[in-house]
Ligand binder design. Structure first.
Ligand code: SAM
Length: 206
């Protein structure tokens, strides 16, 4: 939890409490429904919460921004971002129902109200959003193909609407076909922990 305050010292009391609650909630839910690998659950704040908040370091969403988390699993990056941006709306989508159930329960117990949920394949989701966020779901080209239909033509953020995803490792092959509309930002620009040494935020304007 100190790690979150180290990088986001301006959190309100409510947000601090909500981030604090994530520890017990995910330990509890993960014991029932596996959404985080068992050996990684003790790294919840660094590997999952702070990693998700890499998107908040990349861009601060304006109030009223609509965001879909495609393949949210247990709620990453959607739930930490929903706590961070209480004036934005997050729509969490996953094709596995029991993972969406974990997201719903965690959000309900936290009292996070700016989140909706849908158990479906993203291919079936027709609603429009300003941004789609995603972590560890599928290659960039496949994500772009699926979400083109979901990106609203109305712009009201500092950067054009599009896809913002968290990726690691060698990305050139993935980003090359989308080169002129892609921006890759290493997370080590924001976070000093070794875990982030090779991790990146990949933004594609659409
Ligand atoms: C490796 S998990 C990552 C979960 C979460 N984003 C995280 O980083 O912890 C990938 C998730 O994407 C979901 N997924 C894969 N393809 C999908 C699709 N076409 N539509 C919706 N969800 C999908 C899977 O059900 C799974 O929960």
């Amino acid at each position: 939890m100190e790690l979150i305050l180290k990088y986001f010292p301006e959190l309100s009391e409510k947000q601090t409490e909500q981030f604090h609650q994530l520890d017990a909630l995910y330990h509890d839910w993960n014991a029932k429904i596996n959404v985080i690998s068992r050996k990684d659950i003790d790294n919840l704040y660094e590997h999952h919460v702070l990693h998700s908040l890499g998107i908040a370091e990349f861009t601060r969403f304006k109030s009223g921004t609509e965001i879909m988390d495609l393949g949210t699993g247990g709620g990453f990056p959607g739930i930490p971002l929903a706590i961070m941006f209480p004036d934005c709306h997050f729509h969490l989508v996953d094709s596995i129902g029991k993972k969406i159930k974990v997201c719903m329960e965690v959000a309900r117990e936290l009292g996070v109200e700016n989140v909706t949920f849908r158990h479906c394949r993203a291919e079936e989701e027709k609603a429009k959003f300003d941004f789609v966020v995603s972590r560890a779901v599928m290659p960039l080209a496949d994500l772009v193909k699926i979400i083109r239909k979901n990106i609203s033509p109305v712009q009201h953020n500092a950067i054009p609407n599009g896809l913002i995803c968290l990726k690691g490792g060698e990305l050139e092959k993935e980003t090359n076909p989308l080169k002129n509309r892609t921006m890759v930002t290493p997370l080590k620009e924001f976070f000093t922990e070794e875990y982030f040494a090779t991790k990146k935020v990949v933004y594609v304007s659409l």
